[in-house]
Design a protein around this ligand. Structure first.
Ligand SMILES: *Cc1c(COP(=O)(O)O)cnc(C)c1O
Length: 481
């Protein structure tokens, strides 16, 4: 399988060439040259694979269609090492549970950091370690986080040979649980850096370091952001696993199609659903759910993609969806526009830069969004999420987190008769207990392994929002150069 950029540069690369990369050199995102097609016999075989051999083996089947530069036995071992009941809590890895009527919840958040980012990031950690060892290289991962991404990255990379993680976060701005989760890590290769500032200050520091190409090369600086193709690819697998579970048993009169509702921010999760659908998984609708930061909902309803300023980006009770632009969105637009890289480049590099928006409402592609690609959308407000959390608790005795609540609220507006609707559960309530208490008056349940987490010893360095300071810190603590 070859990979191409969404902005039309003719270069063709293999999986391991892009594994450790972010953007393509032309500013685009990487996508496979085509989507391998999964026909019905294969789908039936994969169903057996999932039920009889497990999620890791299903992951191997999906991944091996996209990865031809890692020997099959190694890839299979990497999947088996990643998707274990020990790490993800159950043998199903992504168990489905029934909510009401035709609505199901697919649990993607039983990994180490209790959010769905573990699904992609845990595999990435093992792939990075494997590929770096094969090349005899090391990597220093520099990142900025306001919560879920940073902790998922740290838990994926902890203890990995040849990798160090330098994770900046805005001092005092993450939830108590999120801080405790990150700062209690004692692994030698993990460095928490608490910045006196807001998230944008952290992000700016990371960008400034990455722009210093000499420094970047010398200290082998890399990232693990949400545009990484390997992360996205790993997420394709649970769409298949969700489908198999919702259409069981096979020989009943049940629907042969399912829909998904996806709490969305940077569009990584939804884009993985798009890839699964393009491969031939029978998905009726992909319902994109946003919070008050409704860049995506606006696009899917009107055809206008308008990025927001930071002043226009709201802090909400589903903070992992508080985005000003959706960094994976360009991938879908590339497919929508018939993979015309020149046109994508004009839209993202020119029109968006100059005007802050582009408009496809008059394009013939606009109808394709719904009719051909199955995308629909909706949004929730804080009070919608509180109502949904309270309602699920009172009627179903189920505690759900605010991101999943957004998905359920929007899912209910897009139900079709006879088509199971699978809402992706992207985090556990424990991570966002303040909102849960506000909605239900009760603290969320705490797994025994998280007892007393907030009182554990902490390993964190406080720093001013100063680019030179972080460069010095990296130089002192990085993998040997
Ligand atoms: C990251 C995240 C999202 C948004 O996912 P995208 O792939 O960025 O669209 C939703 N919910 C939770 C809990 C997250 O951590």
């Amino acid at each position: 399988m070859n990979y191409i950029s969404t902005r039309g540069t003719p270069e063709r690369l293999h999986f391991c060439d892009i594994l450790l990369e972010g953007l393509a050199p032309d500013g685009g995102l990487y996508l496979p040259e085509f989507y391998p097609q999964v026909d019905e016999p294969t789908l039936n075989r994969w169903r057996q694979v999932y039920h009889q051999q497990g999620y890791a083996e299903l992951a191997f089947e999906v991944l091996s269609l996209y990865i031809d530069d890692i020997p099959a036995s190694d890839l299979r071992a990497l999947c088996a090492k990643t998707y274990t009941a020990e790490v993800f809590g159950t043998g199903e890895i992504v168990p489905l549970r029934h909510l009401e009527n035709n609505i199901w919840l697919e649990a993607l958040s039983n990994g180490p950091t209790l959010a769905f980012k573990d699904m992609g990031m845990q595999l990435l950690g093992n792939l990075f370690e494997y590929e770096l060892a094969r090349r005899g290289e090391t990597l220093n991962i520099l990142g900025a986080t306001s919560g879920d991404t940073g902790s998922a990255a740290e838990y994926a990379m902890r203890g990995k040979k040849g990798i160090r993680v330098f994770m900046t976060s805005p001092a005092g701005r993450m939830s108590a649980f999120q801080q405790a989760q990150m700062f209690s890590l004692m692994d030698d290769n993990i460095f928490n850096i608490s910045i006196a500032g807001v998230f944008d200050d952290c992000q700016d520091m990371v960008k400034a370091v990455s722009r210093d190409l000499d420094f970047k090369r010398r200290y082998k600086i890399g990232t693990v952001n949400s545009i990484n193709w390997a992360r996205l690819l790993a997420q394709v697998v649970y769409y298949f696993a969700g489908y198999f579970q919702a259409t069981e048993p096979l020989d009943s009169n049940q629907a042969k199609q399912v829909s998904f509702a996806i709490p969305s921010g940077n569009f990584g999760n939804a884009c993985a659903g798009h890839v699964a659908r393009m491969m031939g998984l029978p998905i009726a609708k992909l319902v994109v759910a946003t919070n008050e930061n409704d860049v995506l909902d606006e696009f899917f309803k009107t055809g206008v993609y308008r990025v927001r300023s930071s002043a226009d980006t709201h802090e909400t009770s589903s903070p992992s969806m508080d985005i000003s632009k959706a960094s994976n969105f360009e991938r879908f637009i590339f497919d929508l526009l018939g993979r015309d890289g020149e046109q994508v480049k004009r839209l993202f590099a020119d029109t968006l830069q100059q005007k802050g928006s582009f408009d496809l409402s008059m394009s013939s592609a606009f109808d394709d969004i719904r009719l051909r690609y199955g995308f629909e959308s909706g949004k929730s407000t804080h009070s919608n999420r509180l109502d949904t959390i309270q309602d699920s608790f009172e009627r179903h005795a189920m505690m759900i987190d605010p991101h999943t609540a957004d998905g359920i609220k929007v899912a209910r507006e897009h139900l079709q008769n006879g088509v199971p609707m699978i809402v992706l559960e992207t985090a556990l309530p424990l991570k966002f207990s303040q909102t849960i208490v506000q909605a239900t008056g009760k603290e969320p349940d705490r797994l025994p392994k998280f007892e007393g987490l907030e009182n554990m010893p902490r390993r964190v360095t406080a720093m001013a929002a100063d680019v030179q300071a972080i460069k010095t810190f990296i130089a002192e603590h990085c993998c040997e150069v």
